[in-house]
Design a protein around this ligand. Sequence first.
Ligand code: ADP
Ligand code: MG
Ligand code: MG
Length: 193
Amino acid sequence: MAWMRCIQERLAQERAELDHLDAEIGDGDHGSNLSRGFAKVAEKLGERVPESPGALLKEVAMTLIGTVGGASGPLYGTFFLETAKAMGASAAFSAAELGRCLTSGVAGIQRLGKANAGDKTMLDALIPAVDVLASQGDVAAAAQSAQDGRAATIPLQARKGRASYLGVRSIGHADPGAASAALLFACLVKVAR
Ligand code: ADP
Ligand code: MG
Ligand code: MG
């Protein structure tokens, strides 16, 4: 719950910055899309406490799929839904166990969006971060990998999503989805401390 609340707060703060990144290579709505979705998530969490982490992330997924227009709603929705399924009804997770559940989430994004590492998407931050979390159980190292993955999207040419329409003109800008993915992991470090 603390992780989701942190994401909601940070998205509200960084909405304009994420919209700006998306304006450079897309349609300028990524921050608005996600902050709308997570505002709804926070509202729902205020009404009722889910019975398990898996139930929580399932509710997050359904809310994002229902409220976020654009590509990122179904993609992050699937990420949290597949993570929730992997969590089952368990009540507690080590960092490495959480990493393994998030690995299922990443696989869900790849099944839905057919993108791979290097296509200049959220996956360029998520794949390395989740790999580090699952293999090392180190939340701070995972967050650093997400930040590095975000930065590594700058010289890439987009091959998926709206930014791919720009061709070589997508080079030289960070991918907004990779930036929001890095924000997710920055929050995970903060709440895990
Ligand atoms: P839209 O492009 O519909 O306006 P958003 O702006 O909310 O949606 O989200 C854009 C982000 O979605 C991109 O920066 C990218 O990271 C991510 N994205 C787009 N297509 C894909 C895909 N096929 N697989 C993974 N991520 C994708
Ligand atoms: Mg957009
Ligand atoms: Mg859009």
